[in-house]
Design a protein around this ligand. Structure first.
Ligand SMILES: C[S@@+](CC[C@H](N)C(=O)[O-])C[C@H]1O[C@@H](n2cnc3c(N)ncnc32)[C@H](O)[C@@H]1O
Length: 278
């Protein structure tokens, strides 16, 4: 458990993942019936971009900082930027992780369950959300927690799986295993899975195995900033969306097209992949 999200908070992968996450929550809010939000790897909630971890990598400079300085054209990215701004004053100083972004969006009738394993991160998460009564916070192993919390009584909702990927192949294996349980217990739930894109070879294997999963609607949506041929580098950010809401592919498509333009380091390499696995 060496992973600390503080080194990466607000980077291009967070910008993409959180823009899509927020758009999904807003889509769930179209129907008046309550929904449940679940997260297996929640992180500590709020990240100071002035902390030594952030300052060491400066990853946020090529992520949220680029969005901060402009007015995005796409409504979903604009809304995401406005939410991040709520945690800041004039200057960009803090980056809200997924639990805080979701907490800002839930209606009184909705609720959430957040799971995090790291003892320090969970304490900080509890502190960040100490006034929140809608989000239950549990310390534990994210995939195991699914057994305890699925299915939620609301039936509708969203599960975010956003693990640290310290060991890429093992993490892909854990995700694939957990899909069997998720399908058995909550086959109608929307599931958003984040994965790093390093070498294409390992992603192809993951996608092949996903095709064998019992879910019928599997969308792949990737933002690449570099060629996907280097196993040691974060070349892109991938999302798998199971049970995507109606017409959501177009929403992700417009997010991807604008982020590709805004976040490209070298426009020759920036690329998007969007399509159904099955
Ligand atoms: C990528 S970060 C999460 C970021 C967060 N979802 C967000 O978007 O703001 C992954 C988190 O998983 C936690 N973690 C690592 N191993 C875990 C496990 N087995 N179960 C639950 N959480 C774990 C790490 O401490 C870290 O905070």
């Amino acid at each position: 458990m060496n992973y600390r999200h503080a080194y990466h908070a607000g980077n291009f992968a967070d910008v993409y993942k959180h823009s899509v996450l927020i758009a999904l929550i807003e889509t769930l809010k179209i129907k008046p019936t309550p929904f449940c939000y679940l997260e297996t790897h929640a992180g500590k909630g709020l990240y100071s971009l002035l902390d030594p971890e952030s300052q060491k990598t400066l990853e946020y400079v090529s992520g949220i900082q680029r969005i901060w300085e402009i007015e995005p054209k796409t409504q979903e990215i604009r809304f995401y930027a406005h939410l991040v701004a709520r945690f800041n004053q004039q200057q960009l100083r803090y980056y809200p992780g997924s639990p805080l972004l979701v907490a800002a969006l839930l209606r009184p009738e909705d609720r959430g369950i957040l799971v995090e394993l790291h003892p320090e991160e969970i304490q900080l998460l509890k502190t960040s959300l100490r006034h929140n009564r809608q989000l239950a916070i549990h310390q534990g192993e994210g995939y195991l927690a699914l057994k305890a919390f699925l299915p939620p009584k609301e039936k509708r909702g969203l599960l975010l799986i956003d693990p640290p990927f310290e060991q890429q192949q093992e993490e892909f294996g854990s995700i694939l295993n957990s899909l069997k349980l998720i399908h058995q217990r909550w086959r109608q739930g929307i599931v958003l899975i984040w994965y790093p894109i390093k070498h294409r070879h390992s992603i192809e294997r993951f996608h092949q195995q996903l095709k064998k999963s019992p879910f019928e609607k599997i969308l792949v949506a990737e933002l690449l900033l570099f060629p996907d041929d280097n196993a040691l580098k974060l070349n892109g950010s991938g999302l798998i969306l199971l049970n995507a809401p109606w017409q959501f592919e177009q929403v992700i498509g417009s997010i991807l097209v604008e982020l590709k333009e805004l976040l490209a380091i070298d426009p020759r390499f920036a690329k998007v992949n969007l399509g159904s696995l099955k």
